[in-house]
Ligand binder design. Structure first.
Ligand SMILES: [Zn+2]
Ligand SMILES: [Zn+2]
Length: 349
């Protein structure tokens, strides 16, 4: 089959890879579209030490199901249940978990110690003709959503995770740092709560886009719009925000967040960039700041929001590229300023 393969040095388009065989309890999915995210670009620089097929944001059709054995298959996943997935258009949760370890037993399965992660850790990913995922990871896509929209479910779910972790309501004063693809999704998700929201960025066109999309998100929930998009340089440094979400992808984002969060406020980190910077954590202690790391989120909520048109993702697509032509996109600095780039996997050109 065809795929984008990272060998530890470079991302290459290959046509000589075997079609994967689904393990018991897994589905073989023919991929239709897939999205590139920052994690893929970081992996292509050597982050995570992953080698193999990249990609974890996707939509595809279930083509084959491997019969479940006793091991590792949830109860109730009978043969009949499994067969109902055949031919369905799906996306899938990326953490493939053991169901048996201590963390799985405690309901923390997305942190399973034995997990593999689609296109990120010990499991080939979605920039390929086919991928395999456990049936229990799959989510069906409603007919009226396009493939392009469905490819956003995974990152949108990650944005919704914030609402599970931090109480955000109408009177909450929230800031999102970063007007890139993740910041845009997070801003729309927070806008659905009707909170007083500020998006901070560097790009006039992206700030204008966010303004439009967040107005749509608040209107869909029939809450009043309390949204503003501002240039970083125009933002008054005032430590009066309840929640600051860092989506900058830069280490400086955390320091910026510290300069905006109120005492006993919360900083949510959506990217791993801050980990590499030398940090003075004294202000966190003195001002009793809560720091929340935030990763994968609820797919069902993301699908519902897309289906109800509360969140708009199509305007975030910068380009749509056939798989065979996509390898150069992973070179450093290949697509400056792009929001979401989608790969058209079925397109043979
Ligand atoms: Zn991602
Ligand atoms: Zn486990």
């Amino acid at each position: 089959m065809r795929a984008l393969h990272f060998d530890g040095t470079a991302v290459r388009f290959r046509t000589d890879l075997p079609t994967p065989a689904p393990a018991p309890g897994e589905a073989l999915i023919r991929v239709r579209a897939a999205g590139i995210c920052q994690t893929d670009l970081e992996i292509a620089k050597g982050y995570m030490g992953f080698t193999g097929i990249l990609g974890h944001e996707f939509v595809g059709i279930v083509e084959k199901i491997a019969p479940a054995s006793d091991a590792g298959v949830p109860t109730g996943a009978s043969a009949l249940n499994a067969a109902r997935w055949l031919g369905k258009r799906v996306t899938g949760e990326i953490n493939c978990v053991c169901g048996k370890c201590d963390l799985c037993a405690r309901g923390l399965s997305s942190h399973c110690t034995a997990r593999t992660v689609l296109g990120i850790q010990n499991r080939d990913g979605a920039f390929a003709d086919c991928l395999c995922l456990p049936l229990r990871n799959l989510h069906e896509i409603p007919d009226h959503l396009s493939d392009d929209e469905a490819a956003f479910v995974e990152p949108l779910a990650a944005a919704f995770q914030i609402l599970r972790q931090v109480p955000i309501e109408k009177r909450t004063r929230a800031v999102v740092l970063g007007d890139g693809r993740l910041g845009q999704l997070v801003a729309q998700v927070l806008a659905t709560t009707g909170c007083a929201l500020t998006l901070v960025g560097h790009h006039e066109s992206k700030l204008a886009l966010a303004e439009k999309l967040c107005a749509g998100a608040t209107a869909a929930r029939q809450t009043s719009a309390q949204f503003r998009a501002v240039f970083e340089r125009d933002l008054r440094a005032a430590r009066d925000h309840d929640v600051v979400v860092d989506c900058t992808g830069h280490a400086e984002g955390f320091l910026r967040a510290l300069s905006l969060v109120r005492p006993r406020g919360t900083i949510v980190l959506k990217t791993t960039a801050a980990a590499a910077a030398p940090l003075n954590l004294a202000p966190v202690v003195i001002d009793e700041i809560t720091i929340v790391g935030s990763r994968c989120g609820p797919f069902d909520q993301a699908i519902r929001a897309l289906a109800a048109r509360e969140v708009q993702v199509a305007p975030l697509i910068s380009r749509s590229v056939p798989l065979a032509q996509s390898a150069p996109l992973f070179a450093p600095g290949a697509a400056p300023g792009a929001l979401k780039i989608l790969l058209r996997i079925q397109d043979r050109t």
